[in-house]
Unconditional design. Sequence first.
Length: 116
Amino acid sequence: QVQLVESGGGLGQPGGALRLSCLASGFIFNTYAMSWYRQAPGKEREFVASISTAGGYLNYAVSVKGRFTISRDNAKNTVYLQMNSLKPEDTAVYYCSGVRGTLRSWGQGTQVTVSS
């Protein structure tokens, strides 16, 4: 059974940093590309960042490029999202997602709130 469990959310200060983690289980982690998405109140879920199976290919939304960094540790079955220079508009529920072919799985999400 595929499970993705996010952690590390919470309250962040504008200009500050948070690091999200997503622990995967129930599948062969290094065969899945991993992504982070987010959904702000009243808005649709949007892509944030993705990383290929071995970590060699990264992709970012324009809104977070240069501020956020996605990485993965295949030995620990974990994908990370380092979020720097936080802005109030980064406030959202952040979801981890794994995809292999047509199979996509989602975590339950973790709330990130950026406010002073």
